[in-house]
Each structure stands twice: as C-alpha cells, then as structure tokens.
Design a protein around this ligand. Structure first.
Ligand code: ZN
Ligand code: ZN
Length: 251
C-alpha cells in the first residue's frame, strides 16, 4: 500500500517537472522568446518534453501563439468564452490536438522553428517519447507502480493545462486590462502559469509575478539557469503598472 502512495507522490513530482518544462521551455523561451537557453539545457528540455509530455514543441508554440493572436474570440484554440468552461477545462487536450494537427496553424505561427534532424528522428514522434518515458518508469519501479505514477502524472498535467486556459480566462483578479485572470493558488500548482493576467499584459516578460505578494515558482528556476549561464533574459517586468494603478495615477 505504502509503495502505491509513493508511486502517486512520484506522479505528482513528475507532473511538477513537466509543468516547469512547459512554462520555462515551451512557453517562455520558445513561444515568447522571453529568455534564451544555451545548447545543453535546450537539449535537456527537448528530451524531457518528449519523454514527459509527448508534445511536439513546434506545434505547442503555434497553438499558443494563435491563442495570443485571437484571445477569447473566434480563432482562439481554447477559449472558455467562445467554447464554454467545461470543454476547455476537461477537453483541453482534444482542443489542443485538433489545432496542433492543423498544418496551416503550425506553418503560420511557428515558422521560426523548422524541424531539425533530432526532430525528424526522435522529437516529432510524440507517442514514441511517451512510450519510452513510461518504459523508463516500468524499468525503474515495476509496471504496477509505473501505471499509478503515469496515470497520476497524466491526469494532473491535463487538468492543470486545462485550468490555465479555462480558470485563467474566467475567474480571478484582473489587475491589467485583458481578459485573462490571476490566481495565485493556481500559480503554485502550475509553475507560475496561474498569473495569467500578468502574462497577457507582459507576454515577453520571463517573470510572471509582477506585483508585491505574487509568487512565480518557475522564476526561481529561471534565476538558477541564469546564474549558471544556461539562460539569458530578454526583459523582466520593468515599466509595467497594473491598470488600476495606471488609472489612479491618471486621475
Ligand atoms: Zn491566455
Ligand atoms: Zn503566452
């Protein structure tokens, strides 16, 4: 029994690693170029993305950039305003897959990320990556515990991703004038992505916490990457003020 609990905990930990990989690599580095990663961490992130999520980075970037280009209007791949909250919260992966398969979307929004040799041989084959990831788990802890860890990881990752897109465009604070919302409790669970109103206000900021009291867990990891010279930042939150502050300053 105890080992099954430990396997579930391992699933939670793996999911947290996957959220960090998603926000630091796929989102902040590749989609918005808010930080540049050196070759070694880039390759490490590519391997982890492949093994832990099966996501093809070029596709994720394209779908996400389309979300920023058409936020909460027709054309947004996963808007709760357009598609309804339950469909985005619980069916996010299906919405993602139908947008990611659209070659026109990838061609238009991820032109700067053409596939290289590694992609063609390995990283473009998402299911192979996932199968290898699960195979590694089986080899390390046996198939029964691996199933528990993999299911926990998968369910939490899909619900967390859905929550960023659904809750993060429905409930929470809106200090800046955009349709996304800030939820600190969610930010703790999904490596900072719950501060989504901040992100839509400053998409090229590598840091998602902007106001006093806000915490972006992935920011600590980014600072560590910068400290060991594995990353350089484009900019932080300099010069940004919440809409309410700007309004009161103007009045
Ligand atoms: Zn958004
Ligand atoms: Zn974004």
């Amino acid at each position: 029994m105890l080992s099954f609990v430990m396997a579930a905990v391992l699933g939670v930990v793996l999911c947290q690693v996957a959220f960090v990989v998603t926000t630091v690599f796929l989102h902040r580095a590749l989609s918005h170029r808010s930080l540049t990663l050196a070759r070694i961490p880039t390759f490490g992130f590519r391997v982890l993305t492949w093994l832990m999520t099966g996501i093809v980075p070029r596709q994720w970037v394209a779908v996400h950039r389309k979300h920023h280009a058409h936020t909460d209007e027709v054309g947004d791949p996963h808007s709760p305003v357009v598609l309804g909250f339950p469909r985005v919260q619980f069916g996010n992966v299906l919405l993602y897959r139908s947008a990611a398969r659209d070659k026109a979307v990838v061609g238009r929004y991820a032109r700067d990320l053409p596939p290289d040799r590694w992609d063609r041989v390995l990283f473009d084959h998402g299911l192979l990556g996932l199968a290898l990831g699960v195979g590694l788990l089986v080899a390390l802890i046996g198939w029964q515990l691996a199933v528990v860890a993999a299911v926990v990881h998968t369910v939490l990752y899909l619900l967390g991703g859905g929550a960023i897109n659904a809750i993060g465009h429905t409930w929470g604070k809106r200090p800046f004038e955009n349709l996304a919302t800030n939820n600190q409790w969610l930010a703790w669970l999904v490596a900072g992505e719950g501060l989504h109103n901040n992100h839509h206000a400053a998409a090229t900021s590598s840091r998602m916490s902007l106001a006093k009291g806000e915490v972006d867990p992935a920011w600590g990891i980014i600072r560590l990457l910068v400290a060991v010279r594995w990353a350089t930042l484009r900019q932080t939150s300099a010069g940004l003020a919440p809409a309410s502050a700007a309004a009161s300053a103007a009045s």
